[in-house]
Write a protein that binds this ligand. Structure first.
Ligand SMILES: [Zn+2]
Length: 127
């Protein structure tokens, strides 16, 4: 029995042959999404975090001040629940994975949220 095994791209949900899949920050992605992720702001960017923090401190912003309403709502949602997966958030706020990823990157830069791996799932939790 030689059945080709496929994995699901965690961004767009396409079935990808195992030998053609890419791993980015613990997620399995198809080639298209992998390239897309690589072109966006890098989530783990200490300089981004630092400059954002300095900006916020310089403007006297703390906690969720200076965030968009959507970012505040995402933060409050996770604060209430303790943790949430990307799927939970995408459903709750009707966001496309790419949009959610951008919001998360900003919240992470502000050191409000971070990713946490539990078993096979990656949760977003308070920093
Ligand atoms: Zn994909």
């Amino acid at each position: 029995m030689t059945q080709e095994s496929t994995v699901k791209c965690q961004m767009c949900g396409t079935d990808v042959p195992e030998e053609n899949c890419f791993i980015s920050e613990g997620r399995t992605l198809c080639e298209d999404c992998y390239i897309e992720v690589g072109q966006r702001i890098r989530v783990c960017d200490p300089w981004g975090e630092r400059s954002k923090r300095i900006f916020r401190e310089g403007h006297g912003l703390t906690g969720t001040e200076g965030l968009t309403d959507l970012q505040k709502r995402i933060y409050e949602f996770i604060k209430t629940k303790g943790k949430a997966t990307r799927e939970d958030l995408a459903k709750e706020f009707a966001l496309k994975p790419g949009e959610l990823e951008n919001e998360f990157a900003i919240l992470r830069h502000c050191q409000l949220l971070k990713g946490k791996k539990e078993g096979d799932n990656i949760y977003l939790v308070l920093w």
